[in-house]
Write a protein that binds this ligand. Sequence first.
Ligand SMILES: [Zn+2]
Length: 170
Amino acid sequence: MARLEIIKIGHPTLARKSVRIEKVDDEIRRLARDMVETMHAAPGLGLSAPQVNVSRRLITVDLSIGEKQEEIIVLINPEILSREGKVVREEGCLSVPEIFEKVTRPQKVVIKGQDLDGREHVLEAQDMLARVFCHEVDHLDGKLFVDFLSPLKRKLIRKKFIKKDEPNEP
Ligand SMILES: [Zn+2]
């Protein structure tokens, strides 16, 4: 297992749409294992492949942050099937360190995705788990939580992280 580097806001991979995984092979299984280790070490509740600079549709989630093995969820090609309700809560991101802002997310989602054996699962998630799923799936579509904030707030946050010579500066 290996810890991977987590890229930060301003890196082009974070703004890119990730590619669907057609075959769950050993390479994908190793990526998932490394992502779980990286997520635990960070520590964070969730991680998406683009955050370790891999544009593939894979997310890992663990609300127990390494306390309970059975709470680790790895989803390949995750897709949110339905959203219900609204909850406003502060949210952060390992790719946008030390920034926490209120974001509206559904209270409940139904999500489908494959496990590391390629089997498809449909999960129902509420509250924090629903929030983390939405956050991580957004990463696969090149979206960060700061994209939901006001243009002024977004600009201030980007300014804090993105150096002037980088092309992503708005
Ligand atoms: Zn994030």
